[in-house]
Design a protein around this ligand. Structure first.
Ligand SMILES: *Cc1c(COP(=O)(O)O)cnc(C)c1O
Ligand SMILES: [Zn+2]
Length: 428
């Protein structure tokens, strides 16, 4: 017998979400804006009514909108389209990348899940749509976040669409492109003299103040909802492969949350019978930059503890020195038999160019990290070149032009005459 669904206060649609549940000790709490367990301070995630989830069918999903909301039955909020705070992200291309496969030595099918095609050009639109839909249902009157760039873009744009004020906190040294593409939406942008981790700590402290009582910080007090949005990337890959799971996925890590949620999405699809269980399971690989690799370092050292670092390097969207989901990312990668690695700034630039040359996809630095780590994993024998693989491009190259400035440019410069064309040997 199915338990009665608990509708989230203020939402007309019925959600399968039942409670918040501690990832650490399993203690449950009601669905509300809370991110840490009151018993052990562990992170909370969404607990679902498994009977309600079990009723979800492929046909129901396929009949849904061409956006991430086709997976609304598997999400905590957003079942009623009228209640959503969203730019309708998702349904992004899964691109077959044969030339990239050849270049890095992968013989099995290789795919790029290109989430730069989202409305604000990163996968963050997925997490923000879920978090802010919950935030509005809970009655918050201002939207906020601590961000390494893309989250700020997305929160500011969602707030503008919804007509709600926003305030985003970013490290002051962010790429000009990321600041501009946030500020243009008209919300408040607070540049913090410090790292992302400093901005994040400040935001945690602000949530305790009277002035911010009505403010939803998507990745702080709304974090359990925020994190669920990442599952839709995993669902989409499976559906786009014809309701099948790939053998291997390579995923960039900042907090590590996206990686854990793609793994969770795959596990849910198997559990709900929406995909067959692959005989050999799936393997999850994590990618970081050498300027900020606290999760990969723990993997390499074989330890269960993340030592925070002070991030450096060009992959600023991944520069979280004290990653909130780091331990859970380690758990996913170890359990599935994957691996993690990190690459230098020069490797990242080369990764951006390699992806662009072989697929026509221009990625931001995080995509360069992922492609460069893919190549490294093949070279070091950690990734099976004969197993189908999906790499995740999570962001758009136009936002991080500074990263490759000077490393690409015109092939020729000529005067506008046939003679000049001849001198340049464009013609004989
Ligand atoms: C935020 C971000 C990530 C990583 O997200 P986490 O869930 O914090 O690991 C990856 N790529 C891009 C482009 C991002 O902006
Ligand atoms: Zn707990």
């Amino acid at each position: 017998m199915a338990l009665p669904a608990v509708p989230l206060a203020g939402l007309a649609g019925v959600s399968a979400a039942r409670c918040l549940i501690c990832r650490n000790c399993g203690t449950e709490a009601p669905l509300r804006a809370q991110h840490a367990c009151h018993s052990c301070f562990g992170p909370l995630e969404i607990g679902y009514d498994s009977d309600l989830l079990a009723r979800v069918t492929r046909e129901q999903i396929e009949a849904g909108p061409k956006s991430m909301w086709r997976y609304a039955p598997l999400l905590p909020v957003g079942q009623d389209a009228a209640e959503r705070v969203t730019l309708d992200p998702g349904y992004t291309p899964l691109v077959r990348a044969s030339a990239l496969a050849d270049a890095v030595g992968v013989r099995a099918p290789l795919w790029v899940k290109d989430d730069s095609a989202n409305p604000t050009h990163s996968f963050k639109d997925r997490v923000v749509s879920v978090a802010l839909t919950a935030a509005r249902a809970f009655g918050f009157t201002r939207f906020a976040c601590a961000s390494t760039g893309n989250l700020a873009n997305s929160v500011a744009a969602h707030a503008a669409r919804a007509g709600v004020p926003s305030m985003v906190f970013i490290p002051a040294d962010l790429e000009a492109g990321k600041v501009l593409t946030t500020a243009v939406y008209g919300g408040d942008v607070v540049a913090v003299d410090g790292s992302y981790d400093d901005a994040n700590r400040l935001c945690s402290e602000l949530t305790e103040t009277d002035e911010f009582e009505q403010t939803a910080f998507v990745n702080v007090n709304l974090r359990p909802f925020y994190a669920e949005g990442s599952k839709t990337l995993g669902y989409e890959v499976a559906e786009q492969l014809g309701w099948r799971l790939p053998a291997q996925v390579v995923i960039p890590m900042a907090s590590g949350e996206l990686l854990t949620k793609v793994d969770k999405a795959f596990a849910e699809l198997v559990e709900l019978g929406l995909v067959g269980a692959p005989p050999e399971g799936w393997r999850v690989f994590g990618a970081q930059s050498s300027g900020c690799s606290p999760i990969a370092a723990a993997m390499h050292a074989g330890v269960d503890e993340i030592t925070p670092v002070r991030p450096t390097g060009i992959a600023k969207s991944l520069n979280i020195g004290d990653p909130a989901a780091g331990l859970y990312a380690l758990e996913s990668v170890r359990r599935t038999g994957g691996w993690m690695d990190h690459v230098t700034d020069d490797d990242i630039r080369e990764g951006i160019r390699l992806l662009a040359r072989t697929t026509g996809i221009f990625a931001e630095t995080a995509g360069g990290v992922t492609v460069a780590v893919l190549r490294k994993l093949v070279t070091t024998g950690k990734l099976d070149p004969d197993a189908e693989t999906v790499v995740f491009n999570t962001g758009e190259g136009l936002k991080t032009l500074d990263a490759i400035d000077g490393s690409v440019g015109p092939t020729y410069r000529i005067r506008p005459s046939l003679r000049a064309a001849k001198e340049a040997q464009l013609i004989g």
